[in-house]
Ligand binder design. Structure first.
Ligand code: UDX
Length: 447
């Protein structure tokens, strides 16, 4: 086996593109593969098809060294790679909670049918527990007889906005393996990550385990994070009824190290391409396994999260005198979180849609997400700046905590709007400051 395995990354979406670029940056020869020709064309041309701070520069640098290439040809990938990372999407199935594995199947089959030597297929996509075993069956069915192909599961925990950092400096690595060879190949593959850590006097914990545990680590981590957010948002509901302040409550409980202060920001809730679909797919899988009751709380987590969206709409209606019909509403934010242009399952966009459905005329502004948002919600207007969105508004809704919004000047903005009313859907503004500038301010879970 080679000391420095050659890597392919199957699927060049968020996860795959970041992984391919980061591994090349660590010195590996990497081939990115996707069925989407337009995407591959862009990447090969040095353009990242989504917004991720720092990724463009790294992509260009590694294309220039020749370590990183892109192709749509799976046969080429099969010839090139010692290790094939499966990074395709696993979206929510239409009309069901479960994950759709068709892209995993297509990627695995396309590559393994062309493999003639020895190779390791490494699953990174978030999948229902049991998928790695199923991938082994796919391989047995589709690979040439003489090929020696093994499977490993190696979940990915990267956050959008910190994707490169999380890949180069992970909190931990998880290897789900069946053989010593698979473990050795993964060690060789991640030697670059180990060396970087050693150079910085850090250690990267590696958990070596079985397939099922590795698969479950990922969904259980995301479920815990989602639960933490919904917990504080549930407290938010109680605070609203009791006249308490959830931001101070979060601060106070967060000082207890057993609880910790991270992921306790109350607001309009979680969205994105991972947490919402992952907790739903996990529930569906638990049902199949006959342990649905163990994860019933996740449907509660989901519902608390969705209720927050309605709460913002209700607050906005209250501020404008009861009905949003015919009112002009500025929506600041469309991405599911700042430093991202991702609008998948975005609370901001869901609120914009509800406000539009309530008969308001909605103007959305997001520093990076306008373009993607327009595709998902073409019924509303989009502005090119904060001021343009706020112009003539009866109420302003802050739904993604971009720096630009957190540092907006309430005095200057007061001159632009029609009425100084604001709902802070992320508790990211200083209420004192806004009230001092004569704004009627409402936060979530705050008096
Ligand atoms: C998440 C996980 O963090 C990551 O480990 C996994 O690999 C993929 O899913 P990501 O989707 O990029 O990453 O976003 P994250 O930063 O976790 O935020 C998720 C959502 O939760 C955002 O909509 C964010 O606004 C919201 N959130 C986060 C809160 O509402 N409150 C918080 O305290 C933290």
């Amino acid at each position: 086996t080679p000391q420095r395995p050659r890597l392919t990354v199957l699927g060049t979406g968020y996860l795959g593109a970041t992984h391919a670029v980061s591994m090349a940056e660590l010195g590996y020869d990497v081939l990115g593969v996707d069925v989407d020709e337009a995407k591959i064309g862009k990447l090969a041309d040095g353009q990242v098809p989504f917004h991720e701070p720092g990724l463009d520069e790294l992509l260009q640098r590694n294309l220039a060294t020749g370590r990183l290439r892109f192709t749509t040809d799976y046969a080429e990938a099969a010839r090139f790679g010692d290790v094939h990372f499966v990074c395709v999407g696993t979206p929510q199935k239409k009309g069901s909670l479960a994950a759709d594995l068709r892209y995993v199947e297509a990627a695995v089959v396309s590559v393994v049918k062309n493999i003639h030597g020895r190779a390791l297929i490494v699953g990174k996509s978030t999948v229902p527990v049991g998928t790695a075993e199923w991938v082994e069956e796919l391989i047995a069915k589709h690979a040439p007889e003489h090929a020696e192909i093994e499977v490993a599961w190696n979940p990915e925990f990267l956050r959008e906005g910190f994707a490169v950092e999380d890949t180069l400096r992970p909190d931990r690595l998880v290897f789900g393996v069946k053989t010593e060879w698979a473990k050795e190949m993964l060690d060789k593959t991640y030697r670059g990550v180990y060396e970087l850590a050693a150079a910085e006097d850090r250690e990267v914990p590696v958990v070596v385990t079985d397939f099922a545990t590795a698969e479950l680590v990922k969904v259980s981590a995301n479920s815990f994070l989602a639960t933490k957010i919904s917990f504080i948002n549930a407290m938010s509901e109680v605070c609203e009824a009791a006249g308490a302040d959830v931001t101070q409550l979060a601060r106070a409980i967060g000082y207890d190290l057993r609880i910790g202060n991270r992921f306790l920001r109350a607001g309009v809730g979680f969205g994105g391409g991972c947490l919402p679909k992952d907790i739903r797919a996990f529930r569906a899988r638990a049902e199949e396994l006959g342990v649905g009751a163990a994860l019933n709380f996740l449907s509660e987590v989901d519902e608390i999260n969705l209720r927050r969206r309605q709460r913002v709409v209700d607050l906005a209606a209250e501020l404008v005198g009861g009905s949003l019909a015919g009112k002009q509403v500025a929506v600041l934010g469309a991405a599911f979180k700042p430093n991202s242009d991702d609008v998948r399952d975005s609370p901001a966009l869901a609120v914009a849609r509800k406000v539009h459905d309530a008969g308001a005329s909605v103007v959305v502004y997001d520093p990076e997400g306008n373009e993607n948002a327009r595709r998902d919600l073409p019924e509303v207007s989009y502005a090119a700046s904060l001021d343009e969105a706020a112009k003539g508004a009866e109420v302003v809704l802050v739904l993604t905590e971009w720096e630009e919004f957190r540092h907006a000047d309430p005095v200057a903005l007061a001159d632009v709007v029609n009425a100084t009313r604001i709902v802070d859907g992320r508790n990211c503004l200083d209420p004192e400051l806004w009230r001092a500038a004569n704004w009627e301010y409402r936060g979530l879970g705050r008096p």
